[in-house]
Design a protein around this ligand. Structure first.
Ligand SMILES: N[C@@H](CCC[C@H](N)C(=O)O)C(=O)O
Length: 257
């Protein structure tokens, strides 16, 4: 049966999007999902996202990494899904939807999507890195040579090494530009390579920089390989609340297979 596939990208983090409200997509076919994400033999993307009906909310999000396995929350993917839902006429300029990590509010205006992320109440500070979960697990460490280092080798070693091992973590490398601006590069679990941007990753970096007192700002710009994202937040008794991931979400094309 022919299926229509859409392609969206958010600061270069790209996704195959499927309107699965009729629930016809085979969610268990890992190999097919990996084929659709393959950049040589398929459409090509960092991940695949299903838009599904929800009994009470605007829609439900189901996310798969490029390896074909369902995974945890995707911030850029969530932003792109809001833009996709707007294109389909499912929503107008705001959305409330369910993802694997819970309920998310979002707004869309002129291609800019603001996505509320979960509250974060645990930021693990280690000797040379920070670990926190912003809907997906994130290791954060400083990298002075951020423009020129072997991110795939260094990222994979951390992602597969202790304590993460096979389950793994996403790995973010950061360099401070100013109190308001940080440069970030991310090695992503389940893509097993650098992505041009990672939404839950830059959210983790913004909160980690505040937790490490690298900034007192609560609206931070993250320069990523695919553009710029912003993260805003409030802090109450060490808990990060009202966390928003802000940036563009862009339609690329659609086609049938
Ligand atoms: N690119 C995503 C993160 C997607 C999930 C991640 N690869 C994982 O498996 O934890 C984002 O924008 O957050």
């Amino acid at each position: 049966m022919q299926q229509t596939f859409y392609k969206y990208q958010g600061t270069g983090n790209d996704f195959v999007m499927i309107d699965n409200r009729q629930e016809t997509f085979n969610k268990k076919d890992t190999k097919h999902i990996a084929f659709l994400c393959d950049r040589r033999f398929g459409i090509g993307a960092d991940g695949l996202i299903l838009l599904e009906n929800h009994p009470t909310l605007d829609f439900k999000m189901v996310y798969y990494n490029a390896d074909g396995n369902e995974s945890t929350m995707c911030g850029n993917g969530g932003r792109c899904l809001v833009a996709f839902a707007n294109q389909l006429g499912v929503i107008k300029d705001k959305a409330v939807f369910e993802a694997i990590d819970g309920l998310h509010h979002a707004t869309i205006n002129n291609g800019i999507v603001k996505l509320q992320m979960l509250d974060v109440d645990v930021v693990e500070k280690h000797e040379n890195h920070v670990f926190l979960n912003t809907g997906s697990p994130h290791h954060v460490e400083f990298e002075d040579q951020i423009e020129n280092f072997d991110i795939k080798t260094k990222g994979a070693k951390i992602r597969y090494g202790a304590p993460y091992n096979e389950i793994g973590s996403n790995v973010n490398f950061v360099k401070k530009i100013s109190d308001q601006i940080f440069a970030v590069r991310t090695y992503e679990r389940g893509v097993e390579d650098e992505t041009l941007s990672c939404g839950t990753g830059v959210t983790a970096v913004a909160l980690a920089m505040h937790a490490l007192k690298q900034t007192n700002e609560n609206l931070i710009t993250l320069k990523v390989q695919g553009g710029e994202l912003q993260v805003s937040f409030d802090v109450e008794n060490g808990v990060y609340k009202n966390v928003w991931l802000i940036g563009p979400a862009t339609y690329v094309f659609s086609g049938t297979l």
